[in-house]
Design a protein. Sequence first.
Length: 244
Amino acid sequence: MRRMSLTPELVALCHRDEVDPGPDGSWTQLSDDDFRTLAKRLSGEADDGPLWVFAYGSLIWKPAFESVEQRRAAAHGWHRSFCLDIKRWRGSREQPGLMMALERGGRCDGVIYRLPDGEKPAQIERLLRREIDDHESVSSVRWVPVRTAQGSLRALGFWVGVTGKGTSLGQPLESVAKILARACGHVGSGAEYLYNTVSHLETFGIHDRNLWRLQELVADEIRSIHGHSVTSHDTAKVAEPAIT
């Protein structure tokens, strides 16, 4: 396995205890009826057969749902991007962070999970409640065509094709690295999110060149901030998925 520059020791330096500030009031929260209606619509748009979910970021290492099968899959026309502005979760109002979504262009290699047989509306509603909580995010939930070694199919994707309010598209990796090395919220830091994503992708045999370069930049940025706390052996660690 490739050696990551971003190590658990460096990630630990980014942690701070933060209080959940709660919703900031600028987004329109989804009601229970909204979730049910959206789940029913997406279920009606689904293909026949089992329900598949496309994972490209945190769903790979923290799916929060039961699956009965997983496969490598590629979504063409999309690529990973830290483009979601956040002031909660892994960021704060004092130090905003960034989360990943799929931007248009390129190719994204990820993992698809097959959920157990069951009523699709109920399964989809549980996924929706994990991934989104406001009306402004609804358009980012869509069925994504993916290719696997066993053939092509459609999988449910979250935070796909985000635009407008709350997004910062096309940022250079150097700018993203400065943010991820500093941002932390009540569920963890941006550096931890990046580390978990890259290390688990590598476990699946997926090497994302942009994310690999980004973890190098974030590691350098953390060292520049916490130079006195970093020892030389930090760079010699082998990438291992963190337990979260």
